[in-house]
Ligand binder design. Structure first.
Ligand code: TPP
Ligand code: MG
Length: 333
């Protein structure tokens, strides 16, 4: 089948890179893919409860963009955020234990999949309300401007969030107050089962920047190095001039919206077409092209396998979270 024009933004061209640059990014993407697969398995075995939204297929977006940040920069994400948390530097063990609802989880097993949060790495969530976190991200960026701390905030949201009031407000304030923020729309073509053309009159989300005199960019999200380069431009703009950018990255989730969605609103052919552009396979081929030996790639892959298996064992061996932990009660006052 042929993909709609809106699905491919640029001609397929590999961006120049080196083994030293690409190998760690491939490793992160692979770890995220394996972590998500392990979570899906545990979910279907009834070991993980609540909602579980996987990022499989979209890994190059979080990995490439976070690679363009400094460790101190803020990241604000949606409920599809396990990969963003990992790319920001949070280990697989506390992420997996959080999904399992265990005491050793990132937020002590009380948040679950949608509410990862980590002060030490400046990972500011995990947010379940579509679009509601965009003004919060603008607030973090405002704090940086006010304190003159040199940090940049990156806020991720889906194409579905582009129809939400919170997004419009966050965008407007970012432009008005010239905040050091990069707003990244992860356009995976669907909000739950609703395709883009049924929710947006103008499918190019990045055009909304024009109404605010804001810089914008739009590109394909299947090459992790392209994502890193283009986001680095927006991050530099934020850090140097203090100005925001709205970036739309065109991508695709290979699985349903959440674990309870069999994804019947898409054809097999459509999914297959996107799988051929899998960012992970693409990065692996590119690694061989730029000179990494097959054996070295396999060693890296074995290392990732061990890391994720260890995180599952850690989660399974940990004690369940307390239903009414004392710090929750304290926090309520
Ligand atoms: C304000 C609000 N409305 C509806 C929902 C239910 N809901 C959860 S995810 C989702 C789809 C959002 O799609 P998109 O923004 O494209 O993100 P994606 O899931 O594709 O990453 C909806 C409607 C919600 N969580 N919050
Ligand atoms: Mg979407």
């Amino acid at each position: 089948m042929t993909l709609p024009d809106s699905a491919r933004v640029e001609p397929e061209q590999a961006v120049p890179t080196t083994v030293d640059e690409l190998a760690p990014l491939y490793r992160q993407m692979l770890a995220i893919r394996r972590m998500e697969e392990a979570a899906a398995k545990a979910y279907s075995q009834g070991k993980i409860g609540g909602f579980l939204h996987l990022i499989i297929g979209q890994e190059a977006v979080c990995v490439g963009s976070i690679a363009a940040l400094k460790p101190d920069d803020y990241v604000v994400a949606t409920y599809r955020e396990h990969g963003h948390a990992y790319a920001k530097g949070i280990a697989a063990r506390p992420i997996m234990a959080e999904l399992y609802g265990k005491k050793t989880g990132l937020v002590k097993g009380l948040g679950g999949s949608m509410h990862l949060f980590d002060k030490p790495t400046n990972f500011l969530g995990g947010h379940g309300i579509v679009g509601g976190h965009v003004p919060l991200a603008a607030g973090a960026a405002f704090a940086s401007k006010y304190r003159n701390d040199g940090r940049v905030t990156v806020c991720y949201f889906g194409d579905g969030a582009a129809t939400i009031g919170g997004f419009a407000e966050g965008l407007s304030l970012s432009a008005l107050w010239k905040l050091p923020i990069v707003l990244i729309c992860e356009n995976n073509q669907y909000s739950m089962g609703t395709p883009l053309y049924r929710s947006l009159a103008v499918e190019d989300v990045s055009l909304r920047a024009l109404a605010h005199g804001m810089a914008r960019d739009r590109f394909d999200g299947d090459d992790v190095i392209r994502v890193k380069r283009r986001i680095a431009e927006a991050v530099d703009r934020a850090r140097v001039t203090g100005e925001p950018t709205l970036v739309e990255i065109v991508t695709y989730r290979f699985r349903g919206h959440s674990m309870s969605d069999p994804g019947l609103y898409r054809t097999k052919e459509e999914v297959e077409e996107w799988r051929r552009r899998d960012p992970l396979n693409r990065a692996r081929l590119r690694l061989l092209e730029v000179g990494m030996a097959e054996a070295a790639i396999e060693a890296l892959e074995a290392d990732v396998k061990a890391e994720i298996e260890d995180s599952v064992k850690f989660a399974e061996d940990s004690a369940p979270a307390d239903a009414y932990a004392p710090y929750v009660m304290k926090g309520a006052h």
